[in-house]
Write a protein of this length. Structure first.
Length: 444
C-alpha cells in the first residue's frame, strides 16, 4: 500500500497539461528585472550601480544576513537603474534593471558543457560555502536559503535527507520533466547533499502519478548507496515539508518545531539540481525551469528561463495570452497568487505560471458557514479554518494564536472544499501575518 501523510488532504483535478513536454530555453528579453528579495529572510544588498557592465554570473547583490542569499546577473549587459517593481505578491520591491546586450557573455570558470561531473572532493563545510556563494534557495516555492538548511542548530543532527519530488500542485510539471531530462545530475546532487549533511540515507519521494519518473530515478538511484526512491499515494498537499516527512518517515512534527527535530532535512528536487550545478559546474542560480500552462493556452510548456525575464515572454512562447483570460496566477491554482500583470519577472521561486479562463477565475458568492466541518477534515495541520476565519474577522488575535493559526501552511485545501465558498485561506493569511507580528514584538 502506498504511503501518504496521516491527516487531512484532498485530491483536486491534476490537469498536468504540460506533462512530458521537453524543457525549452526561452529567448532572452531586451531587459531583465532582478528583485533583491527572492528568498525568505533579509533582502540582498545591491553591489552594482547604474552604468556597471555585468556578465552572466556576476554577483550583483550580496546576502543581507545569515538567512539571505546572494543574487547574480542572469544576463550580460548594462545596469540601467535600481528601482522598485511589483513582485508576485503585488508589493513594490527594490530590483536591479539590466539592459541585455545580446552577447550572453558568462563569467569565467562557469562550466556550461553538458558533461556530467560525478566526483566531489570538497569537505562538507566547503560544499555549504559554495552553495552559499552561488545563491541557492529552495526552488519548490518557499525559497528558504539552502545553506541554512544544511547547517542544523547546535545539538540537532540530520539522520536522513528527503528529496521532495512530489509536485502535488495541480498543473505544474517542471520537477517531473527535470527528473526525466537531468536524473543523473540530480543523483550526483543528492550524493553531494548527503556528504554535506553527513547522512547515509536519502529518500526521494515521488507521487505515483509520475510512473516514468519513478522508474527512471529508481534505475539511476540503484547505483548510489543509501538512496531510495519511494512512490507515494497522490494526495495534496504532500509537498509540504511536514506532510512529506509524515509520509516518508511516519513522524509528525510538533507545532513550532523544525523538520530537523525529526532528524530530517528536506530539499526540493529542483534545488538538488541547482546544487549540482553550483558545486560541480561553478554555476550560480541564474535560471530555472518554469511551467507555463492553462486550459485555453495553445501550447502549455516547460521553459528554462533566466531570472528577471518578464512572464510575458514565457506566455508568448507558450502561444500568447488567450482572449478570455481572467487571471494570471504565479504558481499553481492551490497555493499560487493572482498577479497584477504579465510583466512580473521570473524569480528563483517561480515554479509556474497558470493562465485561468474568465469562467474559472470568478469567485462564487460567499454564503454563511453551515458548520459542516469539511474544512476541518481536510486540513493537513489539524486546524479549524472556519473558526480561524471568524477570529480574524473579529480581530480576536489571542484566540487565533491559541488556534495555532501560525501553523497554517497556506495550502488552500479548506477553501477548495468549502461548500459555502468562504475565502478561508485569504482571511487566515491576513491573520497569520498579524499574529506572527504580535509574537515577534512580544519577543523583542
Amino acid at each position: 500500500m502506498l504511503r501518504t501523510f496521516s491527516l487531512g488532504g484532498i485530491h483536486p483535478p491534476e490537469n498536468k497539461l504540460s506533462a512530458g513536454k521537453p524543457i525549452q530555453p526561452v529567448a532572452l528579453p531586451k531587459e531583465v528585472i532582478i528583485p533583491l528579495g527572492q528568498h525568505i529572510g533579509a533582502p540582498a544588498v545591491a553591489t552594482v550601480q547604474k552604468g556597471d557592465i555585468v556578465k552572466v554570473g556576476t554577483v550583483i547583490a550580496k546576502s543581507g544576513g545569515f538567512i539571505s542569499a546572494n543574487i547574480h546577473s542572469s544576463v550580460s549587459g548594462k545596469v540601467t537603474k535600481i528601482d522598485s517593481v511589483f513582485d508576485a505578491s503585488g508589493y513594490k520591491r527594490p530590483a536591479i534593471f539590466i539592459a541585455v546586450d545580446g552577447e550572453d557573455t558568462w563569467e569565467e570558470g562557469i562550466d556550461r558543457s553538458a558533461d556530467i561531473v560525478r566526483g566531489c572532493d570538497l569537505e562538507p563545510r566547503a560544499i555549504i560555502d559554495k552553495i552559499l556563494v552561488s545563491g541557492i534557495v529552495g526552488l519548490g516555492g518557499a525559497t528558504f536559503p539552502t545553506h541554512v538548511k544544511l547547517s542544523p542548530p547546535p545539538g540537532q543532527t540530520a539522520e536522513v535527507l528527503i528529496i521532495n519530488a512530489v509536485e502535488c500542485e495541480p498543473y505544474l510539471t517542471s520537477d517531473d520533466i527535470l527528473m526525466m531530462e537531468h536524473g543523473e545530475e540530480i543523483l550526483v546532487g543528492v550524493s553531494i547533499l548527503m556528504k554535506a549533511l553527513g547522512v547515509g540515507r536519502c529518500v526521494i519521494g515521488i507521487e505515483n502519478n509520475k510512473p516514468k519518473a519513478i522508474a527512471h530515478m529508481s534505475n539511476i538511484a540503484s547505483a548510489y548507496s543509501g538512496v531510495e526512491v519511494m512512490p507515494l499515494k497522490v494526495q495534496y498537499p504532500q509537498g509540504g515539508e511536514k506532510q512529506l516527512i509524515d509520509a516518508v518517515l511516519g513522524k509528525q512534527i510538533k507545532s513550532g518545531a523544525l523538520p530537523i527535530s525529526a532528524g530530517a532535512v528536506v530539499q526540493n528536487v529542483g534545488t538538488v539540481f541547482a546544487v549540482y550545478e553550483a558545486v560541480q559546474k561553478n554555476k550560480p542560480l541564474v535560471e530555472r525551469v518554469v511551467t507555463v500552462t492553462g486550459k485555453k493556452l495553445s501550447n502549455p510548456s516547460n521553459f528554462l528561463a533566466r531570472v528577471g525575464t518578464p512572464l510575458s515572454v514565457l506566455i508568448e512562447a507558450a502561444g500568447g495570452l488567450p482572449e478570455d483570460t481572467g487571471k494570471i496566477i504565479g504558481g499553481g491554482p492551490m497555493m499560487g497568487k493572482a498577479l497584477l500583470g504579465a510583466d512580473v519577472p521570473v524569480t528563483k521561486g517561480t515554479s509556474g505560471v497558470l493562465i485561468l479562463p474568465r469562467e474559472e477565475s470568478v469567485r462564487k458568492p460567499m454564503r454563511n458557514c453551515i458548520r459542516c466541518a469539511k474544512c476541518v477534515n481536510v486540513c493537513p495541520m489539524g486546524l479549524n479554518p472556519a473558526f480561524l476565519m471568524r477570529d480574524v474577522q473579529y480581530k480576536a488575535w489571542d484566540d487565533a494564536e491559541k488556534g495555532y493559526i501560525v501553523d497554517c501552511i497556506e495550502c488552500g485545501s479548506c477553501s477548495f472544499t468549502c461548500p459555502s465558498s468562504r475565502p478561508l485561506l485569504d482571511y487566515i493569511r491576513i491573520g497569520k501575518q498579524q499574529v506572527m507580528g504580535i509574537i515577534r514584538s512580544r519577543k523583542v
